[in-house]
Design a protein around this ligand. Structure first.
Ligand code: ARG
Length: 266
């Protein structure tokens, strides 16, 4: 896990929580330092989200996150699912920041669509159809690259440091855009600019998504002040390390493929 260079993307992607072995966790390095002033470091370097702040985020039972693309379809990462087809094995927890809340909405999957360009073409996105619609706000996907810059908001129930435990309460943080040129020099041939969007503090590290955040949304405010999804948590070298930004699926690149797949789900 410490070194990822030279490996194909599907080998490099950290596994969803359920697949992480004790041995793999043991191999991970020490916690990254949180940014000064954060008393409760989370995601890595974040804080607890308020109930209702990100009403469209969901937790997936295999140990990933996702977002409500429609009331009955979740957008997540391809590396969180096994393939395309009927699938009732995933439980989706929605509507809460506290995963143990008795007011959580829980709904099963009925079908999974994994991007056909995964794993060979680095297309790290997938859709999960729910057994019934949930009555929560949805998160629109960015359809242009106009918002692939500036400061992003990242979130999830994943680890708050490399090798750390999953979280009960949803965590959030902000991380700045990292250019394709900079991200490409960090990751070399593993980085594919048009399909990947990077975020983090290059020189200090300290703020990032981490294992178990995969599939969750990276968001930005659009011109009207509404949240739109610009990224899907995908991969990185460790978590929050200086010189290694988080890498996210570039949603705008796949927006039309996502839209057409969502409209054709059985
Ligand atoms: N692939 C990881 C997962 O399955 C997410 C890794 C994100 N890493 C990062 N440094 N931003 O949960």
């Amino acid at each position: 896990m410490a070194s990822i260079k030279g490996r194909p993307l599907h080998r490099r992607l950290a596994l969803p929580l359920a697949a992480v072995t004790v041995a793999a966790i043991g191999a991970l390095t020490a916690p990254a330092a949180a940014h000064a002033g954060d008393v409760n470091p989370t995601v890595v370097g974040g804080t607890r989200a308020a109930q209702g702040e990100f009403p469209w985020i969901v937790r997936l039972s295999m140990g990933c996150d996702g977002a409500l693309y429609t009331k009955q379809v979740v957008l997540t990462a391809a590396h969180c699912v096994n393939g395309t087809g009927s699938n009732s094995s995933i439980t989706v927890t929605a509507g809460v920041v506290d995963l143990q809340s008795s007011s959580a909405t829980k709904v099963r999957s009925t079908y999974v669509y994994r991007a056909p360009g995964y794993p060979n073409n680095n297309d790290d996105w997938a859709l999960i159809k729910l057994a019934s619609p949930v009555n929560l706000p949805t998160l629109p996907a960015a359809t242009t690259s106009a918002y692939n810059k500036g400061t992003f908001t990242i979130m999830g129930w994943g680890a708050t440091y490399e090798g750390g435990p999953q979280q009960r309460y949803l965590q959030k943080a902000q991380a700045p855009f990292v250019t394709d040129a900079t991200c490409g020099s960090a990751y070399g041939a593993d980085f594919e600019g048009p399909k990947m969007l990077c975020a983090g503090y290059m020189s200090t590290g300290g703020v990032d998504t981490c294992q178990g955040d995969s599939g969750g949304p990276m968001v930005q405010r659009d011109g009207a002040g509404n949240w739109i999804q610009v990224g899907i948590v995908s991969w990185g070298n460790g978590c929050a390390r200086p010189g290694y930004p988080g890498v996210y699926t570039e949603v705008s690149t796949f927006a039309s493929a996502i839209s057409s797949a969502a409209s054709q789900l059985p």
